[in-house]
Design a protein around this ligand. Structure first.
Ligand code: HPA
Length: 290
C-alpha cells in the first residue's frame, strides 16, 4: 500500500482498467520496451492488437520521432509478448507516475521479465555503430529517481538490477548463433542535449561504456515491481568528441538501423526459448503487484 505523494496503487488500478478494456485478459511471457528506431519488433508481431498511450492513464503521447507511442500485444517467435513501441523520457518533462504506469501496463499483461532496449552513443573505443551491447550495470547521471515520493521509501537493492541468469542465456544464444553481442556499462544522462566531449571523457573515467537518455527510470520501476530485467543498447554513434560527426536525433535513427537486425535475431531466439520456468526467478523478493 502506498501512501506517499506518489500513489502507486491508484496508478496500477487505472492502468489495469485501461488494459482490461483494450484487451481483456492477457498472459504474456516478456515485455519489450523498444527505443528509438527499434520499434520493428512490434511491427513483426502476429495477431497484433494495440492500444495507444493516449488511452492509458498517465502515459500520454511520447513526442520523440521514432517512438510510435503504443502498446502492442501479439505473437513473436511463438510466444505472446507485449511491446511498448516508444517510451517517455525525463527530458519530456514527465513525472514518476508516467514510468510507474509504463511498467504497470506490462505487469497487467502478466509480464515478469522486461527487456529494455535503446540506442546509445559508444564511449568505449572497441564499440562501433551497429554493435549490440548487453547492459551489465548502469550509472545514473540523470540525478532523478522515479521511486521518490513512494511511501514507505522503497530501499530496493540495485546490485543485480540486470539479471545475471538472463544475461548468461543471451550470451550463450549469441555464441551459438554467431551473433555479435558485447557487454558494457550504461551511463544514463538527462538530455535532451547531447554531451560535451569533456563529459564523455569524464564518463569514461567513471567506467561507462555507452551513454543514452532513457532506460534507467524504467529499470528502477521494474526492479521495484520485482521484474527481471535485460538491458540492450544498440550503438548508434560514437559519443560526443569521439568522431567528427555532429550529433543529432537523425544520426541516432540512422545508426541504430545498422544493429537492429542483430537485436531482432537475438531477441527472437531468446523469446523462442523462454518458458515460464526459464523466466521465473525464485531467488529475488520484492514488491508484488496488486
Ligand atoms: N548520447 C546520449 N544519448 C544518446 C546518444 C548519445 O551519444 N546516442 C543515442 N542516444
Amino acid at each position: 500500500m502506498s501512501e506517499g505523494s506518489v500513489n502507486v496503487d491508484q496508478i496500477q488500478q487505472a492502468v489495469q482498467r485501461a488494459i482490461q478494456e483494450a484487451f481483456g485478459e492477457v498472459q504474456a511471457t516478456v515485455g519489450c520496451i523498444l527505443g528509438s528506431g527499434l520499434g520493428v519488433i512490434a511491427d513483426q508481431l502476429e495477431d497484433r492488437r494495440t492500444v495507444s498511450y493516449a488511452d492509458i492513464p498517465y502515459l500520454k503521447e511520447s513526442t520523440v520521432e521514432g517512438h510510435a507511442g503504443q502498446l502492442c500485444v501479439g505473437v513473436f517467435a511463438g510466444q505472446t509478448i507485449v511491446c511498448l513501441q516508444g517510451r517517455p523520457h525525463w527530458y519530456e518533462g514527465v513525472s514518476a507516475e508516467t514510468f510507474i504506469a509504463l511498467i504497470s501496463a506490462l505487469r497487467c499483461c502478466g509480464v515478469q521479465t522486461v527487456i529494455v532496449t535503446n540506442a546509445a552513443g559508444a564511449i568505449r573505443s572497441d564499440l562501433t555503430v551497429g554493435d549490440v551491447v548487453l547492459i551489465t550495470d548502469h550509472i545514473n547521471l540523470q540525478f532523478k529517481n522515479p521511486l521518490v515520493g513512494i511511501a514507505p521509501p522503497p530501499f530496493i537493492s540495485m546490485d543485480t538490477a540486470y539479471d545475471l541468469d538472463l544475461r548468461k542465456q543471451l550470451l550463450s544464444i549469441s555464441a551459438e548463433h554467431n551473433l555479435s553481442l558485447k557487454e558494457g556499462i550504461y551511463c544514463g544522462v538527462l538530455g535532451p542535449s547531447f554531451e560535451t566531449p569533456a563529459e564523455i571523457r569524464a564518463f569514461r573515467t567513471m567506467g561507462a561504456d555507452v551513454v543514452a537518455m532513457s532506460m534507467i527510470p524504467e529499470v528502477l520501476i521494474a526492479r521495484y515491481f520485482n521484474c527481471r530485467v535485460l538491458g540492450l543498447s544498440v550503438v548508434s554513434n560514437p559519443a560526443a568528441g569521439l568522431s567528427d560527426q555532429a550529433l543529432g536525433h537523425d544520426v541516432t535513427l540512422a545508426g541504430v538501423k545498422e544493429g537492429r537486425q542483430t537485436l531482432v535475431q537475438l531477441l527472437s531466439e531468446f523469446i523462442q526459448r523462454s518458458t515460464p520456468e526459464s523466466l521465473t526467478d525464485t531467488t529475488q523478493k520484492g514488491t508484488s503487484f496488486v
